[in-house]
Design a protein around this ligand. Structure first.
Ligand code: SF4
Length: 300
């Protein structure tokens, strides 16, 4: 799953915040890479360190939680008979999806109706927030008719191992298979469609998934489709073998750079507009802070 904020389109992106490598047998931060973590390193090596090496906690983001709930509704929608996959039924699934998330993470309730403190924005009203979720679901129905779709897989974890030993893995929101066997990889974004700069980043994630699928199933996906619920737009791309080979070279080079940073301890901050959404600004040297010592190398 990819969860993106409406307001912070890249920094909070994650395949699945609850599914870091050590949840999968044999995968560790030393031998695996997901598109989100690759994107972290490309944006800011120090951010990658804070998230992957230090594993510093980050405050739940209201936008990311909204993304999780909307993704869950869109996943559950396809459990219904095709004729029942209507906008009304999607809206009806919303409270249950939210309650299940709240059962798993009761602390999320504290995000709502919180009074504003010094310089801290007040938490949103829960009903307003649920209306925002409904608006995103409504936009989905302007882009696709789920009654006409029969996804082959949803929320599928894909993984492959390169000959270097590095595992590439991630979650794909939806895989559609045409009667001819052609594959379409679909990812929902609850943010708005990106500008030119961020479009390449979004496509990198999709090409990463396509590479893993190609390597594991021997089928080159025909279509990569990003569904932007924030503004009701779609981004479609037909990858070629050349594209995916270039993506593999890029991923290998990235992993070499991560390995070097790990060996030298040189995790450089890279200041950008994304710092505005970074939870670690207070301890970032680019902003006058001091990071904690790098944790001792463990087995993970
Ligand atoms: S504040 Fe900016 S430069 Fe510092 S770690 Fe976060 S993203 Fe990187």
């Amino acid at each position: 799953m990819s969860v993106e904020s409406i307001d912070s389109p890249v920094l909070v992106a994650d395949d699945d915040p609850g599914a870091e490598p050590d949840e999968f047998a044999g995968l560790t931060r030393r031998n695996s890479l997901s598109p989100s973590r690759a994107s972290d390193f490309m944006s800011c090596p120090l951010l990658y360190r804070f998230r992957v090496i230090d594993k510093l906690p980050e405050a739940p983001s209201i936008d990311a939680v909204r993304g999780s709930v909307v993704h869950k509704v869109l996943e559950d929608l396809f459990d219904l008979p095709s004729s029942d996959r209507t906008h009304e039924r999607a809206n009806a699934l919303l409270p249950g999806a939210w309650e299940r998330l709240l059962d798993a993470e009761p602390e999320l309730a504290e995000m709502f109706g919180r009074p504003g403190a010094d310089g801290e924005p007040a938490g949103p009203d829960l009903l307003t927030w649920l209306d925002q979720c409904r608006a995103l679901l409504g936009r989905y129905f302007t882009l696709e008719d789920p009654r006409r779709l029969e996804p082959a897989e949803r929320e599928v974890h894909v993984i492959t191992q390169l000959d270097s030993g590095l595992h590439l893995h991630g979650y794909i929101d939806r895989v559609d298979v045409a009667p001819t066997g052609e594959l379409r990889i679909v990812d929902y974004k609850t943010g708005k469609s990106p500008g030119e700069y961020f479009e390449a980043k979004a496509l990198f994630q999709m090409k990463f998934y396509a590479l893993v699928v190609w390597r594991t199933r021997g089928v080159l996906p025909r279509m990569l489709q990003l569904v932007y619920l924030g503004n009701g737009e779609m981004l479609r791309y037909e990858p070629t073998e050349h594209d995916l080979l270039a993506t593999e070279r890029k991923v290998r080079a990235l992993w070499d750079a991560i390995t070097r940073a790990s060996e030298t301890g040189d995790w450089r901050p890279s200041k950008s507009v994304l710092c505005g959404w970074c939870d670690h600004k207070a301890i970032c040297p680019a902003w006058g802070g001091t990071p904690p010592p790098v944790p001792q190398r463990g087995t993970d």
